[in-house]
Design a protein around this ligand. Structure first.
Ligand SMILES: Nc1ncnc2c1ncn2[C@@H]1O[C@H](COP(=O)(O)OP(=O)(O)OP(=O)(O)O)[C@@H](O)[C@H]1O
Ligand SMILES: [Mg+2]
Length: 163
């Protein structure tokens, strides 16, 4: 199965995803690693990506998700997946075996975390555009970004067990 951990930049997707994959003996991927250099440069300049920029990225991710969903075990993908249409595209045709977990948190909490984070290409100035783009999912399991990492891990493991 594939579990996509979604949410705005700084919500804790990579931190939780990496931890959970380790704990479950699963694979972990970063959606950021599938961006073109042009997209990475654009974000690093502080310019938000639009639908057009995200299109080739989502297409490549959707292909990979299909492949991963057919493999044994759990694959965890950290991916912002901000809009409903993006999530539909990521799920692909059948959507079988692809589950979304949403790390939700308010702007203040996430702003504070991003202000302290080091060595990451995503500038804090893009946070407002991330919240503006975000369409909160109906189809996802919610985990609060405000919880300590180990509590989040526990909830995620419970969810995966229940699938
Ligand atoms: N549960 C948590 N409690 C406290 N701090 C956390 C928690 N989860 C993550 N953090 C911290 O918040 C910051 C953002 O986390 P992380 O880089 O995992 O977010 P992200 O969603 O992957 O962001 P991006 O989309 O920009 O890659 C990091 O400095 C991380 O150490
Ligand atoms: Mg990340």
């Amino acid at each position: 199965m594939v579990v996509v951990i979604m949410g705005v930049s700084g919500s804790g997707k990579s931190t939780l995803g990496e931890l959970a994959a380790q704990e479950l003996g699963g694979r972990f991927y970063e959606a950021d690693d599938y961006h073109t250099a042009a997209n990475i440069n654009k974000m690093a300049r502080g310019e938000p990506l639009g639908d057009e920029d995200r299109q080739p990225w989502l297409a490549v991710l959707a292909d990979n998700i299909t492949k991963w969903s057919r493999q044994d075990g759990v694959t965890i993908l950290a991916c912002s997946a901000l809009k409903h249409a993006y999530r539909l595209q990521l799920k692909g045709e059948s959507g079988a075996n692809v589950h979304f977990v949403y790390l939700h948190g308010d702007r203040e909490l996430i702003y504070d975390r991003l202000a302290k984070r080091e060595n990451h290409f995503m500038p804090i100035t893009l946070l407002d555009s991330q919240f503006a783009t975000l369409e909160e999912p109906k189809e996802a399991t919610y985990i609060s970004a405000a919880l300590p990492g180990l509590k989040q891990l526990e909830k995620l493991k419970q969810f995966i067990k229940s699938i």
